[in-house]
Ligand binder design. Sequence first.
Ligand code: FES
Ligand code: FE2
Length: 419
Amino acid sequence: MLSKAQNDLITQTGPGTPGGRFLRSYWHPIATSEEMPIGGHPMPVRILSEDLVLFRDDKDRLGLIGLHCAHRGTDLSYGRVENGGLRCLYHGWLFDIEGKCLDQPAEPEDKKFCHKVRQTAYPVQEKGGAIWAYLGEGEAPLIPDFQFLTAPEPNRLCFRVVQNCNWLQGLESSTDPAHTTYLHRVPPGKSERSGGNVRELRGDDSPEIEIEHTGFGTRIFALHNSPSGKKYLRINNFVFPCGATPSTSGGDVGYQGRWYVPIDDHSHARFEFFYRHAEPLDKDGLRANREKNVGPDNRHVRREENRYLQDRDEQKNGSFTGMGRHFPSQDAFAIESQGSIQDRTQEHLGSSDVVIIEVRKALFKAIKHMQDGGEAPGLLRDASHDPLADFLCISTFIEDHEDGPSYCRRVLGERAAAE
Ligand code: FES
Ligand SMILES: [Fe+2]
């Protein structure tokens, strides 16, 4: 349970708030590359409570500038891409990707004041199938070379879906190992499309959970007693400031990067980066599954307005939720129905919520550190000091004499020795 002040501190995202300043210290995905292809049209983007427009200029360079024209506020996302920038439709002012005003056509030549006008502009770059933006102060850090961003293109894929609640509820769902055996319980005898029978691997019992705080965030160990009698370990990670990397349910074939990027305090975009180590992804299958479950508006088909299409008959016949088989839709139900900002002054955390408690502690510590004049944690500034050097995300059977932390130490040690 948090105080109201604590809940505000870790859920507020706007400019000038401590939480907003912390979140702005990192790069965030703001669109998929598919949404902004070469020659793509300008698109409005709301991120961290700021209204912006993402566009490619006539040289295909990416720009991210304030949505409302510095002249008198008209929406620039309707503007024309031409003459080295984006031109406002109201009186023709032209802005380049750095926010410089290049033209004020309605002004007489001797009265133009372009040099006095600056549209808000932020650095933006494309990496791993997504467009990333940096809204922070000072020099931008580097975007880490996660495998799900740098693997060969056939082995990775990025999707975006908008969810109607505060970003932290999204993050908490992805770092919470205790919910999977309930919310995502798979009916007996059925296997998931992600490969392998999840029930056979991890059984129905709640896992034993341990955590370690790391330079990049928090390492989360969930140890399941597999029905085969062996120990089945899943290592997931919280990555500063709003990322989680759940391992694939069906063995060590890859994992997902999930970024819960605040749109504002009451909604966020969940970016899913699918990744396979050794084999191309079944992209057609993933796209078909998404089309069934996410509408053209980038929102889940199952949503509050239709009570998540819950089917009570389905629920009687083996499904735990009565809400189909698509895990992200089930997660959306769980987190959106907590309220647009969960009132954490009313919750009752138990021992199985240790990850929730520890990830919040990491967030509070990071914000406090910044309030005391320090830098945000886990920033990658140069490759020789990579906070992700000891990053590990895996799901695997382990030997009886090992536990999560000892397995992790052994694998990281072997990896370091091989380098
Ligand atoms: S409001 Fe954009 S040019 Fe006037
Ligand atoms: Fe989930």
